[in-house]
Design a protein around this ligand. Structure first.
Ligand SMILES: O=P(O)(O)OC[C@H]1O[C@@H](O)[C@H](O)[C@@H](O)[C@@H]1O
Length: 350
């Protein structure tokens, strides 16, 4: 990623741009074709993965398109009027691309990102890279895959939208995942996760809502596992963590050591796997090109910083994960209750 030419509006803790909750329209509601191209497209969640049919149902010309994305996977492409774009796959609801108006990619896809398509069981491996999910656990645990099943599941499109004002065309997609036979085998709970991804100029926003739709309480942990491209891991620095306690998982992930971060800037000279507890709502990653990626959150309690170092010899120099997580305090939901959290990423010139 090269530095951007101009600063992005809405950076930092003072200029949070989380929007008011948007009412969700229930199943069966579909707008006329003309109306939906101007405002909101909403429909019953589509399980169908036929790309053309999905595009016909949810596409908004010039702003939202369902395409064959990474590895041919059905993917929702968001395009902002400023030239920025993002892509979200239905498999895993993974943000596989986020580009600035210049065309520069911000996220990193690992070379093994497409392993899912090669294996005999496509649900055995998540997409490695971009912004995948961890739900209902930020792992590991014996009960299921390392970071839960959400990133190994097929999500459905619930709605797309693009605001009609010429200067505020913010494309958005909302994907949903509900419990099903596959999830109940590992986690016997009824739930719905709604996940909205939107572009506001060059800024990327994600809004996650988890609801308990069953008749017994459950607990979960979660994360947005963002892989961010850096010029070289040795040049990368994470700011905003000083003074925080963290769990150092490098020596033994299941028995981490608690430490206190004394550094103003966290740098990398070996494997790093740290969960910063009760973190602030703003952290930035200096990517070493004269730009930083900022992460501003609402309700995510922790920040994870991960570099595999030479455990991934082909790619470790090219990325750092700075993740927004809910790990130190698992969320408990009673029947009918829901939890919501948001994160936004932007690029800032230094
Ligand atoms: O599942 P992925 O995408 O390969 O990421 C694995 C890593 O994810 C990080 O969030 C964890 O802190 C690491 O312990 C783990 O190794």
């Amino acid at each position: 990623m090269r530095p951007r030419c101009a600063p992005v509006a809405g950076l930092g803790t003072q200029q949070r741009s989380f929007r008011a909750p948007r009412a969700r329209t229930g199943p069966g509601h579909t707008n006329s074709r003309a109306a939906r191209h101007h405002q909101i497209v909403t429909a019953a969640a589509a399980a169908d993965t036929d790309i053309a049919a999905l595009n016909d149902q949810f596409g908004i010309p010039g702003r939202v398109e369902v395409v064959a994305g990474l590895g041919g996977l059905p993917t929702v492409q968001l395009k902002h009027a400023c030239g920025a774009s993002a892509e979200v796959t239905l498999f895993g609801a993974c943000v596989t691309s986020w580009k600035q108006a210049s065309g520069d990619e911000v996220l990193f896809m690992r070379p093994d990102a497409l392993q899912i398509l090669a294996g005999p069981d496509p649900k055995s491996k998540p997409i490695s890279g971009g912004i995948p999910h961890c739900f209902p656990q930020f792992g590991p645990s014996a009960a299921m895959q390392q970071h839960g099943f959400a990133r190994n599941s097929d999500w459905s499109i619930a709605a797309t939208s693009a605001d009609p004002q010429p200067d505020d065309q913010d494309p958005e997609v909302t994907l949903v995942l509900r419990d099903n036979e596959y999830t109940r085998k590992m986690w016997p709970h009824a739930f719905e996760v709604a996940y909205s991804v939107s572009l506001h100029g060059e800024l990327l926003q994600a809004d996650m809502r988890v609801q308990n739709t069953g008749d017994k309480p459950f607990e979960f942990t979660a994360a947005l596992h963002s892989y961010i491209e850096v010029s070289d891991v040795a040049e990368a620095k994470v700011r905003g963590l000083k003074g925080l306690e963290y769990l150092d998982k490098v020596a033994d992930p299941s028995n981490p050591t608690k430490k206190k971060e004394e550094r103003e800037e966290v740098t990398f000279d070996g494997p790093t796997d740290s969960v910063y507890l009760k973190a602030r709502d703003y952290v930035e990653l200096d990517v070493g090109t004269g730009a930083a990626v900022t992460v501003t959150t609402n309700k995510w309690s922790d920040v994870v910083v991960w570099s595999p170092w030479t455990a991934m010899p082909d790619c470790y120099r090219q990325f750092v994960c700075v993740e927004s997580a809910q790990f130190s305090t698992p969320v408990s939901l009673k029947p009918g209750e829901f939890w919501r959290s948001q994160a936004e990423w932007s690029v800032m010139d230094l």
